[in-house]
Design a protein around this ligand. Structure first.
Ligand SMILES: Nc1ncnc2c1ncn2[C@@H]1O[C@H](COP(=O)(O)OP(=O)(O)OP(=O)(O)O)[C@@H](O)[C@H]1O
Ligand SMILES: [Mg+2]
Length: 401
């Protein structure tokens, strides 16, 4: 239902207020009254009326000047003004319209005609407001869509690049790791004779070598494992293996993800689950959804750090066709400039070696591939909430609809 139109009458004549007030009230308008120009200007800024009825001849500040000021002020410039005047000569009418008024009515006026003109202007103003609102909404949507398209385009080229890099790195890494494992076995064979040579004291440097080589092998294995992890992250990001989707129980995925992250969470993160037992099944890949949930849980644990924290996980139906999953932690939260980048591939605030910065961009890809959405809300010092929506699995009944 649309709200009552507000009409502001600026006139020093109390009779005009009385007559117009009664009629406007009868016509369903909310009436505001000002006796002086300056008072009327203040009321217009404060109350944003849909129409102003303005007297031409007033003490202190005349109607033409009031009208010019209304049109010069951004907050009141779009409010239509109708002049009311005892004078009906043409130069006055022209001056009124030049000052920005939409109409000019001479006193004594015919009430029926005045009301018809008022109704027309109120309607035009309301339509204009609606149009402005639609335009603003449309502009925001276009801006949003453009941003999404630019992001999607960047992701596609990054995906292709990542797939290439992953492939190129994977092969040499595999043979490096193979050789390290062979070296480890060779070392087992020769380390003992070398140790006894060192004990005999004939080669003073051998003792040092016997001590250092196993450490070097371990360091090389650790480094190679890190490369393998990054490569598998890149592969997932490039989504080389499309997931097979079927009916999935989101609550079970949450429980599974909690099992996988138990060791990471148990010392300092209390998990509060609020899982709707009647949650409809979704259409998706359980393995991928578990991957998304694990990343959100680890991120929350990393953010909470050493302090005791809380992670709330909620599942509930969002609508007939969507379910909603929320992860809310009470960690340090993030400032807007970080929040703006967290879905970007390779964006991380974690120390080198601890995060690849691919977790959320992969999750974003997975959830969108499922036809859902992932959004985040956060204020520094107040924790972070991730909101996910996923489409419900269609039943045969739905398909037959
Ligand atoms: N719950 C959270 N609280 C505070 N910051 C967060 C939270 N979740 C994510 N972030 C921020 O978003 C960044 C990106 O997260 P993302 O999961 O993509 O990568 P990562 O965790 O750094 O690395 P990876 O997931 O590859 O191990 C994080 O480095 C962190 O700065
Ligand atoms: Mg992560």
């Amino acid at each position: 239902m649309s709200k009552k139109p507000i009409v502001l009458i600026i006139d020093d004549d109390p009779i005009v207020h009385k007559i117009l007030g009664v009629w406007l009230d009868k016509a369903g308008c909310e009436v505001m009254e000002a006796r002086r120009g300056r008072e009327g200007l203040d009321m217009a800024v404060r109350n944003q009326p849909d129409l102003i009825m303005l007297d031409v001849m007033m003490p202190e500040m005349g109607g033409f000047e009031v009208c010019r000021r209304l049109k010069a002020e951004a907050k009141t410039s779009s409010i239509p003004v109708i002049f009311l005047s005892a004078r009906s000569d043409n130069p006055d009418k022209i001056q009124g319209l030049e000052a920005g008024a939409v109409d000019y009515i001479s006193k004594p006026f015919d009430l029926g005609e005045v009301m018809a003109r008022i109704n027309l202007q109120v309607k035009l103003k309301q339509q204009g407001d609606q149009l402005r609102e639609y335009t603003m909404r449309l502009e925001a949507m276009v801006e949003d869509r453009t941003r999404q398209l630019i992001h999607a385009e960047r992701l596609v080229s990054l995906g292709t690049l990542s797939a290439g890099i992953a492939h190129e790195i994977n092969n040499p890494t595999t043979f490096i790791l193979g050789n390290i494992l062979m070296m480890e076995r060779f070392w087992e064979v020769i380390s003992e004779p070398l140790a006894s040579m060192s004990a005999s004291g004939s080669h003073p440097k051998i003792g040092y070598i016997v001590k250092e080589v196993p450490l070097m092998i371990q360091a090389m294995k650790k480094g190679t494992r890190r490369i393998t992890n990054i490569v598998s992250g890149l592969k997932a990001f490039a989504r080389q293996e499309p997931a097979v989707k079927s009916e999935v129980d989101v609550n079970e995925c949450v429980t599974e993800a909690l099992k996988l992250t138990r060791h990471r969470l148990k010392y300092h993160v209390r998990v509060v689950k609020n899982l709707d037992p009647l949650l409809p099944k979704v259409h998706g890949s359980a393995q991928q959804l578990v991957q998304v949930f694990v990343n959100l849980m680890i991120n929350a644990a990393d953010a909470i750090g050493e302090s005791d924290g809380l992670l709330k996980i909620t599942t509930r139906p969002e609508s007939k066709n969507m379910v909603r999953i929320e992860f809310t932690d009470n960690g340090p939260g993030m400032p807007p400039e970080i929040k703006a980048k967290i879905f970007d591939p390779f964006f991380t605030t974690k120390p080198v070696g601890q995060g690849t910065g691919l977790g959320l961009s992969i999750s974003h890809g997975i959830i969108h591939d499922h036809g859902g959405a992932i959004t985040v809300e956060s204020e520094p010092g107040k924790g972070v909430s991730f909101f996910l929506t996923l489409p419900v699995e269609k039943t045969d009944e739905d398909t037959n609809d």
